[in-house]
Ligand binder design. Structure first.
Ligand SMILES: Nc1ncnc2c1ncn2[C@@H]1O[C@H](COP(=O)(O)O)[C@@H](OP(=O)(O)O)[C@H]1O
Ligand SMILES: [Mg+2]
Length: 256
């Protein structure tokens, strides 16, 4: 793929996510296990993304899970927000496929574009070609939730909604499950960072999904403190109902 040095940031996001994903697939064919494999994956994907950003967008700032933060991004107009390997735990559990590479591009206050690769599923989703939502089958709401640490409040909200929980790893994979139609919503609280949701939220918005904090307020990126502890991504027809149910639990979420 030829990438112009300036211009199409959305295409570049796709290219970067794809390239880091290929490197991760190769890394996973080695003999490393457990923490060694997680660390090798984090480092390898970070190196690929950092090198490509330095080559194609040398003037842009970067916020990455795997690199030191710099205050320079707070006054920058162009910032890449990247999670080189989201779902690190699942990446280390061969042959699981629920792990992702997140590449978001933020410009002048807003997420402008982004892409997420699911390398073990051989797919890249991006704002350049937004996913098309499939029709929804009849049945209860299906809530995507962390498989390893589902927040207690999500389980309680699911009971009130009469919803089914669909456990899986990676924030990006959970968001993608909403636009592929495997789930209707991804609800999370209790801790996360901007890189966990920036690229998936950019793609979710492009696909026409609802995206917000769990109190309904906007998700804001490139803040001084990169913690962004909760979010709701869902089909728009469920947003009001889910937010109203969540609202009854927000005092206990804040207390935890
Ligand atoms: N309570 C919490 N605090 C900080 N990060 C959290 C978190 N819960 C989930 N995350 C992060 O969100 C991503 C998805 O988690 P999960 O698969 O459990 O839903 C993971 O990113 P990484 O794999 O990049 O570390 C994980 O670290
Ligand atoms: Mg992450």
């Amino acid at each position: 793929m030829t990438i112009e040095p300036r211009g199409d940031d959305a295409r570049l996001a796709r290219h970067l996510a794809h390239a880091a994903g290929l490197a991760l697939l190769e890394e996973r064919t080695g003999t490393a296990e457990g923490k060694a494999l997680k660390d090798a994956g984090d480092a390898r994907a970070q190196a690929v993304l950092a090198a490509l950003l330095a080559e194609h967008r040398p003037g842009d700032a970067v916020l990455s899970e795997e690199a030191a933060d710099s205050a320079a991004r707070l006054s920058a107009e162009r910032v890449w927000i990247i999670d080189p390997l989201d779902g690190t735990r699942e990446f280390s559990e061969r042959p699981r496929t629920d792990w992702a590479v997140h590449v978001a591009f933020w410009e002048k206050g807003e997420l402008a574009s982004g892409a997420i690769a699911l390398p073990a599923r051989d797919v890249v989703y991006g704002t350049d070609e937004p996913p098309v939502l499939p029709p929804r089958p009849e049945g209860p709401i299906r809530l995507a939730v962390s498989r390893s640490r589902p927040p207690a409040f999500v389980t309680e909200v699911a009971q009130e909604l009469g919803a089914e929980l669909v456990p899986m790893g990676s924030a990006g994979v959970k968001c993608s499950s909403v636009w592929t139609g495997e789930a209707d919503a991804y609800l999370h609280a209790g801790g996360q960072f901007e890189w966990d949701s920036a690229a998936p939220v950019a793609v979710a918005r492009a696909a026409g999904l609802h995206t917000s904090r769990i109190d309904g307020s906007p998700l804001v990126y490139n803040r001084a403190d990169p913690q962004l502890p909760d979010l709701l991504v869902c089909r728009t027809e469920f947003a009001e109902k889910i937010l109203a149910t969540v609202a009854r639990h927000i005092p206990e979420v804040i207390a935890r």
